[in-house]
Design a binder for this molecule. Sequence first.
Ligand code: ADP
Length: 175
Amino acid sequence: MAILTIECVRGDIARQPDIDAVVNAANAQLLSGAGVAGAIHRAAGPELAQACRPLAPIHPGEAVISDAFGLPNRHVIHCLGPVYGVDEPSAQLLAACYRNALRLADRHGLVSVAFPAISTGVFGYPLAEAAEVALAAVWGCAAELTSLRRVRFVLFSEADREVFQRILDGGEKSP
Ligand code: ADP
């Protein structure tokens, strides 16, 4: 098992040039939209929507991978998070997003992946709860990963970054 570095930064998921794959907080049809999906599709260009068409629809907890086109990354991994209080059990479905995305990245031999806070925007998941689930999911599957070395959480505000950082600092450090 390799050492997995986990970091929390404030920033834009569409501007992470040193990362192999960025994760899209997608919708089921893998179309552009508000928030993360809009930022990723705008930066990637129309080819991304075209590439996604045969991969859709996806279900809560699932992850699929595509090329990244105009983004400064090799791949985009599209995850459909649960709508909080609607897609149940929300915590298990959210954890599955992170696990499936990490496994997909690892199977493709990628070294680094960056996640937004899936489900915490339009899908209504409370941020601190989502951060607990996200970090526990990463810690939980770290031992099985072979090529992945770096997981970055990209939070849109400093307040959100601090929530993730606090849980990262207070939590389990190794699997
Ligand atoms: P979901 O539909 O899964 O809730 P959203 O895209 O609505 O996804 O939001 C997920 C989280 O990503 C929210 O916390 C939101 O503030 C944040 N966010 C929105 N745009 C960006 C961006 N460009 N980069 C990183 N995070 C973003």
